[in-house]
Design a protein around this ligand. Structure first.
Ligand code: FES
Length: 316
């Protein structure tokens, strides 16, 4: 879809929000529930996924917030240096791999840095539904943490609680993840978005809870390193049989063979390249599929995952 940057605003040090509207006056964006993200096609081979920080009802703009990452591989640097109000950007339809269970009795969220964006959307949605929530929000510094005031207002409005943990606060209380899980009722749904270290600790702390109650979303992707060893992909629709050499990805090899496959982030986070597996066992390296989905062996992200078996048969 074509979108226009309607406004942009610095919402914290190194964090900029952007509101995107349909480029055509007669068009409307699809409704996007809390937890949704869109892919922005910023330049040739530069596609980035950003969570919406507010749910979008019919006619609403899509609102995203971007943190300028000093180790940026291009996405956030491009957003800060080149994207201006009035620019036209191609974006994907919204996707949601991090849906909110709206009828949960209890919701506990854990945010790290700019990972707060989908959780801000969830807190907003739960507040509108009149449901209480708890958010633990860690950031390097108070000045670089987005949406502090908004979250406090939402918490006040809904009788919810938000706990901040800022690295530059002399009285900082670190988020005690085992305690977060231990203190919550058994029917609590838990959500975490943040850096990998935080998500790993969150998943470890929630190990005793049924996996359907523990939800995570990564905001940084994996660096596709290609497969460790060579394997074959048989493409069921085209009948082609291709060899994926060590160090290459399936996506690269398939595209080189002249077959065009939808893709965006190329780092295992957006699911644009999700492909049905007909036979064989993938070596999943993406950050999208849950343990259960991996076990079902129905699909894989071909931009970063390899193969455990000598051959994979894919629905391509
Ligand atoms: S292109 Fe985004 S997960 Fe593969």
């Amino acid at each position: 879809m074509k979108a226009i940057v309607e406004c942009q605003e610095d919402v914290a040090q190194g964090v900029r929000s952007f509101a995107l509207r349909p480029a055509s006056d007669s068009a409307e964006f699809e409704v996007a529930a809390a937890g949704s993200h869109v892919d922005l096609f910023l330049a040739q081979d530069l596609v980035r996924s950003y969570s919406l920080y507010l749910p979008a009802a019919k006619g609403d703009p899509y609102r995203i917030a971007v943190a300028l990452d000093p180790r940026s591989r291009g996405g956030s640097r491009h957003m800060f240096a080149h994207v201006k109000v009035g620019d036209e950007i191609d974006i994907s339809l919204p996707k949601n791999h991090f849906p909110l269970t709206e009828d949960a009795s209890n919701t506990v969220m854990v945010a790290g840095g700019i990972g707060v964006t989908p959780l801000m959307a969830m807190a907003t949605r739960l507040t509108r539904l009149g449901k209480p929530w708890t958010l633990h929000y860690a950031a390097q510094a108070r000045t670089s943490a987005a949406f502090i005031n908004e979250l406090q207002e939402l918490a006040y409005a809904s009788g919810s609680s938000v706990h901040f943990s800022f690295g530059d606060d002399p009285d900082r209380q670190r988020i005690d993840l085992p305690k977060v899980f231990a203190c919550a009722p058994l029917d609590t749904h838990f959500y975490c978005c943040g850096p990998k270290r935080m998500i790993d600790a969150f998943v470890a702390a929630g190990e005793q809870r049924p996996s359907r109650f523990v939800h995570v979303e990564h905001f940084g992707g994996v660096t596709p390193t290609g497969s460790d060893q060579s394997f074959t992909v048989r493409l069921a629709r085209s009948g082609k049989v291709l060899t994926v050499p060590a160090g290459r990805t399936i996506l690269e090899v398939v595209e080189q063979a002249g077959i065009s496959v939808a893709h965006a982030c190329k780092e295992g986070v957006c699911a644009a390249c999700e492909t049905r597996v007909i036979d064989g066992i993938p070596d999943h390296r993406d950050l999208v599929l849950s343990k259960k989905e991996r076990g079902q062996n129905q699909s894989m992200m071909i931009c970063c995952s390899g193969s455990v078996t000598a051959e994979l048969v894919l629905d391509l």
